[in-house]
Design a binder for this molecule. Structure first.
Ligand code: SAM
Length: 265
């Protein structure tokens, strides 16, 4: 263990980086990711499909005029990061990244240090646990960057399935700080499937993750749809990530749900 980094205990941030073809992972992460891949060979596709949703929802928010993002469980930065999309669209966009994994935070810090001014002042990374909404929201990198009197998009993409606590209460604590018109966008793993073999495989992945620092909790559609209390759910509702915001019948199902809610006026 060095600076909070446990090289021997695999975790979600570095396994996900490995699945996406990144280099910020250790032998233990690769080994467990390979075990999960053996049970569920489409896991790589799932990670890519989820990243596709992340890009689409950020672009969609920007089209709605939302230029501030709080990215919870932002992970090891990889191609198509939120700040790259946001700043390319709107030079004065603001992005606050939050993750509790030291390698993800160190890597993000390094990437952000290479940004030119003024972009460098418009993107922050904070090491914090999203299960502590007050700590996250009051962190200097968050409260000092984002203007919560204006709409903010809170992204919790492919992270809530690592949280075993009272998710509606946690998400509600974030919502309570958000101005009307703000967005909360989530994606979440599931073992719902018309194909029993896919359901069994998804459960095998969750089983593999039991040996990681971040066990995986699969939830069904009804539970995921209920995670955004008090928000107006944006059409098409809680759907496979590949079908958000438009159905893509040609795409393989991903075993990851997307749901996006808007804070009412
Ligand atoms: C699968 S990655 C998703 C990364 C990115 N959101 C994406 O969709 O591409 C999950 C990330 O959530 C982080 N994470 C898990 N639990 C967390 C928590 N309680 N607080 C903050 N980050 C967390 C992990 O460290 C990891 O980087």
């Amino acid at each position: 263990m060095e600076d909070g980094i446990d090289f021997d205990r695999p975790n979600a941030a570095r396994m996900y980086d490995y699945l996406l073809g990144g280099a910020h992972n250790f032998a233990a992460d690769r080994e467990l990711a390979e075990r999960a891949l053996a049970g569920f060979p489409t896991l790589r596709y799932l990670a890519q499909a989820n990243r596709g949703f992340l890009r689409r929802v950020v672009t969609w928010c920007l089209a709605q005029g939302i230029t501030q993002f709080l990215d919870l469980g932002s992970g090891v930065p990889t191609v198509g990061n939120v700040h790259e999309i946001a700043l390319a669209h709107t030079p004065n966009a603001r992005v606050a990244y939050v993750d509790f994994e030291p390698v993800a935070v160190a890597q993000a810090t390094e990437i952000l240090a290479q940004l030119d001014a003024p972009d460098r002042e418009q993107v922050t990374v904070t090491r914090a646990d999203l299960r502590l909404p007050e700590t996250v929201l009051d962190a200097p990198g968050v409260v000092g960057l984002l203007d919560f009197t204006r709409p903010v998009a809170v992204l919790a993409v492919a992270v809530l399935h690592f949280v075993d606590d009272d998710l509606p209460a946690i998400l509600d604590a974030y919502r309570a700080r958000l101005a009307p018109g703000s967005i909360v966008a989530i994606s979440h793993g599931t073992d719902d499937s018309d194909d029993p073999a896919v359901a069994v495989a998804a459960r095998a992945v969750a089983e593999a993750y039991r040996d990681s620092a971040t066990p995986l909790i699969l939830r069904d559609r009804t539970t995921v749809a209920g995670l955004l209390p008090g928000l107006d759910i944006v059409p098409p509702g809680t759907v496979d990530v590949v079908d958000w915001p438009h159905p893509d019948p040609g795409a393989e199902r991903s075993s990851v749900y997307a749901s996006v809610g808007r804070v009412p006026e």
